[in-house]
Design a protein around this ligand. Structure first.
Ligand SMILES: *[C@@H]1O[C@H](CO)[C@@H](O)[C@H](O)[C@H]1NC(C)=O
Ligand SMILES: *[C@@H]1O[C@H](CO)[C@@H](O)[C@H](O)[C@H]1NC(C)=O
Length: 582
């Protein structure tokens, strides 16, 4: 009898007390999408009704900042709530903070992610789409940096990134064709050098100058370099454009043009399964859109008013619409926390294929510029966030970790500095200043700007320590360079004292304020200088994941679905999606 009562108690009480109050989470992360590309942030020619609806039903964040202006560092900060300089993911002064699939760089295992925290609290977690935080360390199957090792129960997508070489024709738009041509050139040069060196070694052996052992060792080193170079530049389509399901390579090279529909199907399936099993979930859908190669699904091509870039944007918005409609159909909308953002600003250096950062200056890669880091961000959670909320105070993508922790009533890691802060009060409409007194804006591992929000008043200040070598009359660097880099040898000038802006009233950074004009401005600069000093003291020495030796691909770390061909197709029926686009 007691047993039966206990069972009744369990079945009645537990589902209510467990499942009821804690929300599900859906994170939608775009790639290289600028704040000027989204309808509710002022774009009137790209159609993003589904993203706009999230803002209307919830909150729009107008000063939401990425921790870095390139994908890999920015994504590592989003997941860990920490600045990438704290754990070696910031890069250097060059644009090397990029993970090649066969290189050993990646998110260090000592980092804790918020999906891991959710998983530890009983959530089912999935990453669908782009990861780009590393894959292997010592051998091709160790998967030391794989998403499954960082809290995702399920992974479907691309461990690397979409990139120009993932377009089989490599002629999508802008600079793409040109860079593809450069690659072919590099390949031939390296082949020629390697063959000559090999023949030279044989000659030396023939005349008894060296031992066979030396020939073999030098040849192995030489040919490894050739293969690595081949993977790196020449045949990147095959080697970098890899798609996986958990630990298996399922498509190589992947077809970019069907990726978003396939990811959408996976997301729907994941949500339906969680509903059927009554499991709480955290889902991240990490889009390749709108990173070059721009290859939207055929139904979306030629439908927007902004070429392939606009088509790609509208494809992503369609996919978000399907995810939102699925939540609604499953009755999950009210208690699901939905967050949409982009990893860094639009890539102005690639021209028409690059998107728009709206009124803000600068571009992808420029960690100190608003255009590089101010991200179009909307959040919906009907239970806690009132429709039409607008958060104008400075917030960061690193805030998501502590915010999720607060929602789950989970303690934050105590053994490390967390840079993120809980923004639930601001999302809930509280009239209060940003939880950040300071935000430190890095370009690579160099501090380029600092934001300062005094507790009193309404103004947020920004000190610019660095100025970029923009082409005259523009706010971007040259196309040949692909992006602005971070150090003096790339033409960046460092300002001492820094240029001071009132970023609240001068968001386009047109009017630097002279500290001489009023002692109060000198005081602002003094406070910032002191904060920088304290911040630098909080940094510890860590292994840089992007030193030259680590950066280059190793043939023995190259994932391959069927060696030596490395060529396979997944084959998915997309008809259940019934895609029709006007
Ligand atoms: C969602 O919340 C709204 C408003 O609070 C309520 O009217 C609606 O019935 C809820 N829907 C579900 C499925 O719980
Ligand atoms: C909308 O986005 C497109 C593509 O990025 C851009 O060319 C256009 O200028 C944007 N419109 C506005 C009003 O920002």
């Amino acid at each position: 009898m007691a047993g039966v009562l206990w069972l009744v108690f369990l079945s009645v009480v537990l589902p209510i007390s467990r499942a009821d109050d804690r929300p599900n989470f859906v994170f939608l992360v775009a790639d290289d999408v600028g704040i000027g590309d989204i309808g509710c942030f002022g774009n009137d020619t790209i159609r993003t009704p589904n993203i706009d609806r999230i803002a209307a039903n919830g909150a729009k964040l107008t000063q939401h900042l990425a921790a870095a202006a390139v994908c890999t560092p920015s994504r590592s900060a989003f997941l860990t709530g920490r600045l990438p300089v704290r754990f070696g993911m910031a890069g250097t002064d060059q644009p090397l903070a990029y993970v090649f699939l066969a290189a050993p760089s990646g998110l260090p295992r000592s980092e804790v992610t918020f999906p891991q925290m959710a998983k530890d609290h009983g959530y089912q977690t999935a990453l669908i789409g782009k990861w780009h935080l590393g894959l292997n360390c010592k051998w091709v199957g160790d998967h030391c940096h794989h998403p499954n090792k960082f809290g995702f129960d399920y992974f479907y997508g691309i461990p690397g990134s979409n990139a120009p070489e993932c377009d089989p024709d490599s002629v999508t738009a802008g600079a793409t064709g040109k860079y593809a041509a450069d690659r072919t050139y590099t390949r031939f040069r390296v082949w020629e050098v390697a063959v000559s060196v090999f023949l030279g070694l044989l000659a030396l052996k023939y005349f008894q100058y060296i031992q066979w052992k030396t020939v073999i060792v030098l040849s192995v080193i030489g040919w490894s370099a050739v293969i690595s170079n081949y993977a790196f530049w020449a045949n990147g389509t095959q080697f970098n454009c890899v798609m996986m399901r958990d630990d298996d390579v399922i498509e190589q090279p992947y077809d970019v043009s069907t990726l978003t529909p396939r990811m959408t199907l996976e997301a729907v399936k994941f949500l339906e399964e969680r509903k059927a099993k009554k499991e709480q979930f955290l889902l991240e859908v990490s889009y390749w859109n709108a990173h070059t190669a721009l290859l939207p699904y055929k139904e979306f091509r030629g439908k927007s008013r902004h070429g392939l870039y606009g088509d790609t944007m509208e494809e992503m918005d369609w996919s978000i619409g399907v995810v939102m409609a699925t939540l609604e159909r499953l009755g999950l909308t009210n208690n699901t926390f939905v967050y949409f953002t982009s990893d860094n600003g639009a890539h102005m250096e690639i021209g028409d294929a690059g998107g728009s950062n709206g009124i803000y200056k600068g571009s992808k890669g420029q960690g100190g510029s608003e255009g590089g880091i101010r991200m179009p961000t909307v959040v919906q959670w009907p239970r806690k966030i009132k429709p039409g909320t607008i958060v104008t105070e400075a917030t960061s993508q690193m805030d998501i970790f502590p915010t999720v922790a607060d929602i789950l009533k989970a303690p934050l890691p105590q053994d490390r500095v967390m840079d993120g802060r809980n923004i639930l009060p601001l999302l809930g409409g509280a009239k209060q200043p940003s939880p950040h007194d300071f935000l430190f804006h890095y370009c690579g591992n160099i501090l380029h700007a600092v934001r300062y929000r005094p507790r009193k008043g309404k103004v947020t200040w920004k000190a610019q320590f660095a100025t970029y070598p923009w082409l005259p009359g523009t706010t971007h660097c040259s196309v040949d360079q692909l992006a602005c880099f971070c150090g003096t040898q790339w033409g960046v000038t460092f300002n001492d004292p820094p240029l001071l802006y009132d970023i609240t009233n001068d968001p386009t950074e047109d009017r630097p304020i002279s500290a001489d004009s009023n002692p109060k401005y000198q005081e602002v600069l003094n406070v910032i200088t002191k904060a920088v000093k304290e911040h630098k003291q909080s940094l510890t020495k860590v292994d840089n994941q992007f030193t030259m030796p680590r950066f280059f691909p190793r043939p023995w770390l190259q994932p391959c679905c069927n060696f030596p061909y490395c060529n396979c197709r997944e084959g998915v029926d997309l008809s259940p999606l019934k895609i029709t686009v006007k």
